[in-house]
Structures are given as C-alpha cells and as structure tokens.
Write a protein that binds this ligand. Structure first.
Ligand code: PLP
Length: 411
C-alpha cells in the first residue's frame, strides 16, 4: 500500500544516481571511525597541503588580515578587481589571447567554477570529453548539469598521455567540450606542447569549448615543462582554471579562478551566462580573495619544494624507491601535481581488486589511500597516493603496502 504523503520519506533527486566522490566516501568514513577509536591513520587520500605541515605563505595570511574590514560587504560577482587584474596579468604573461578582467571569474575554489562553467554550457544529453582517470568532480558536474561524460583513456603504457585519434573518434554531433587536467590528478602526467596542439586542432575542427584544469600548474618535477593550453589555443575559446589551493597551499581559503581566452566575439553569450550564474550566487568569499594578488605577484609558491632537497622532491623520491623495491608495483613517475598512481602487476596478483586492497590496507596497516577506480577508471589495478606526507612516512607506507600485497599473494 502506498505510504500516505505526510509519512513518505524524502527521496533525493535521481540526477545523483551516477555521481560519486570516493575521496570523501565510505573508505574515508571508515578511517574516521578508526581514528575515533584511537588508531593513528596515515592519510594519503587527499591533496590538502596544509594538513601535512605545508603552511600558506605568511604574506597571504597578512593580506587577508589587513583587509578584514574591507571584506564585510558583498563583492563583485566575478571577483575583486585587484584579484582579477592579477589573474589577467598572469594569463597574458602566459600568452593567452583576449584576456580581460571581464572574462575572469573568481570562485569559491576551482570546484565551484567547474560546476558553473558546465552549467552555463550544457543542454540535457550534451557530451563532454573527459579523461579517464579523471578528477571525479569533472564527471559529477557533467552529469549533474545534464551532460554525458565520454571518456578518453590515459593509459600507463602511454605515460598516461591521451591519444588524439581516440579523442577525435569519440566526437559526435552532441559533443560540446574537451576537458584536460594538466598537470594531471591522479596520474601526474604533464602534457607536451605537441599533444596540446593536436587537441586544440580537434577542438577547432569540431567547435568544442576547451577547458583546462591547471590547478597544479607550478608543481613540476625534474625537467617537466608546463604548457598553458590558452597560449596554444590562441583565438579558439578556452577556459583555464587555477587557484590558491595547491600551489599556494591554501585549500581552506576556497579561492579558484577561471580565465576565458580566445576571440571574445565567439563567446560573448557564454560569458554573459557565466556572469549570470555568478551573480545568482552573489559573490565568492571576499575575505580570501585578498590573497590572490599577493600570491600571483609574490614568489612563495610550492615550486620551491619540488627541486632537489625540497620536501615534495624527496617525497617523490621515496615513492620511486618504494616502487623500485616492490615485488608487485609499477609506476609511471609523476611529472607534476601531488600524486603517484602506481599499478599492481597482473602477473603477480591476477585477481587484484583495488577497493578490496584499499580496505585491507586501512584495516590491517592503518594507511588510507584511494583505489584507482574512484577516478572513473574502468580498471581495478591502480592506487592513488598523495606525495604530501614526510618522505620517511611515505617510505614506511610502502613497507606496509608490500606486507598486505604479500599476504594477498599467498592466500
Ligand atoms: N581540480 C583538480 C584537478 C583537483 O585535484 C582539485 C582538488 O583536489 C580541484 C580541481 C578542486 O580545487 P579547489 O580546492 O580550488 O576547489
């Protein structure tokens, strides 16, 4: 018998059906339970520099403190003029065309702007080309805004770089956009210029909006070179995303930005739609935006920690050594960003399941990392861990991982 309305339960929207965000999902909740029960968990699941003793540069804190009294009212829906000027200057210096403060939007993190940019673009059934693996908000925001993700593969055997032919073969009359994450989360790939040129050519041939998530733009290892997509895209419409969370170690400030580059005549209506959506949520947190101009004009980026002797460089070295000493793991060394994405060799553990392993590693060895399949990857052999813990702790994590892998191999 149907339940009468006053007693019916509140059901969520079916739009959420395919939406997942495992980085803060069941595994993480289990880790919190274990912590509440007194266990010390090594957390490698989230790219939050402040949690691992990477402090936000002092001059950013000071800028915010100095402007508290100027931050009490709503601000411009696109962000503080000072912040947008600094972002525009950065984008122009990178060779982006058509950049202007009217085409910059500051948001509550890149997260908000990913959603906003897709909401302003998509009709139900429109398709978005996304990397697999991806940063799962890109898939979630596509689905929540009525779109359909079409995944292009970034396989380990091709250094996690996509194949432009494969991408082009996925284009249909419904395809609206091509999304890149460069430097990449979760794989650490950094896209060479020649590849970007081929991706831009695809976008030009099919009239696709380019969206480049460049939140890790300055986090590069060895001789990796970051190439901003906007420069390669030239007059072609391109959205470039950046923010304070990673490079400036200030995830909690919740400041991100997007810059719309290319021929303004081709994106006038789209820009207006972005502005309308930005206005509907009034403005981003004003206080934290005061950190943008000092961040972009100062020198205290996290890049200083990726050179030999720097904490991130040494963390990456500990990971490479851990993989080299392992009987089970393979890894494409990350060229950028804050993660390593090793895989478990099929010949050593043919039945390996990343979710089952991650749970065992948590329960048996008190280490929390993310299964690769959490990143919209249809394989169960990959694991993602962050490079943020101290190098010695990362070395210890590999000892613990090896113990669980050996136990699994013997069972
Ligand atoms: N894009 C990528 C690729 C990320 O890895 C993250 C966070 O981990 C974000 C966007 C979200 O960044 P924000 O803190 O600016 O919302």
């Amino acid at each position: 018998m149907p339940v009468p309305p006053p007693y019916a339960s509140i059901t969520p929207s079916p739009h959420l059906g395919d939406v997942r965000y495992e980085i803060r999902g069941a595994l993480t909740r289990r880790a919190r339970e274990l912590e509440a029960a007194g266990r010390a968990i090594v957390k490698l699941n989230i790219g939050n520099p402040a949690r691992y003793g990477f402090d936000t540069p002092a001059h950013l804190r000071q800028a915010i403190a100095a402007h508290l009294a100027d931050s009490e009212g709503y601000g411009h829906e696109q962000g503080l003029e000072e912040a947008r000027e600094a972002i525009a200057a950065q984008q122009r210096a990178r060779g982006a065309q058509g950049v202007a403060v009217e085409r910059i939007f500051v948001g509550n993190g890149v997260s908000e702007l990913i959603d906003l940019s897709l909401r302003a673009l998509l009709q139900p059934g429109d398709e978005v080309l996304l990397p697999s693996p991806d940063y799962p908000l890109w898939s979630a925001a596509t689905i929540l805004n009525g779109g359909r993700p079409r995944y292009y593969r970034c396989l380990a055997q091709s250094a996690h770089l996509p194949d432009p032919q494969e991408i082009e073969a996925l284009v249909t009359p419904r395809t609206r956009a091509l999304v890149l994450i460069n430097p990449n989360n979760p794989t650490g790939a950094v896209y060479p210029r020649a590849l970007l040129e081929r991706l831009v050519a695809i976008a030009q041939r099919h009239g696709l909006l380019l969206l480049s998530d460049e939140i890790y733009d300055e986090i590069l290892y060895d001789d990796a070179l970051f190439q901003p997509l906007a420069e390669v895209a030239g007059a072609h419409p391109c959205l470039s995303f950046g923010g304070l969370s990673k490079v400036y170690r200030a995830c909690g400030y919740r400041v991100g930005w997007l810059s719309l580059s290319g021929d303004p005549a081709r994106t006038g209506a789209y820009r207006d739609a972005l502005q309308l959506l930005a206005a509907l949520r009034l403005c981003a947190n004003v206080t934290a935006q005061w950190a943008v101009e000092p961040a972009l004009t100062g020198r205290a980026t996290i890049a200083a920690l990726t050179v030999p002797g720097g904490r991130l460089h040494e963390a990456r070295r500990a990971v490479l050594e851990g993989v080299a000493a392992s009987d089970y793991l393979d890894l494409v060394p990350p060229a950028g960003a804050l993660y390593a994405f090793p895989q478990v060799r099929a010949e050593r553990l043919p039945q390996f399941d990343d979710n089952a392993f991650a749970l065992r590693l948590l329960e048996e060895e008190a280490v929390l990392l993310m299964p690769g399949s959490s990143f919209n990857l249809p394989h169960s052999r990959y694991l993602r861990l962050t490079l943020l813990p101290p190098p010695a702790q990362l070395a210890e994590v590999f000892v613990r991982m090896e113990r669980v892998l050996s136990r699994m191999a013997q069972e």
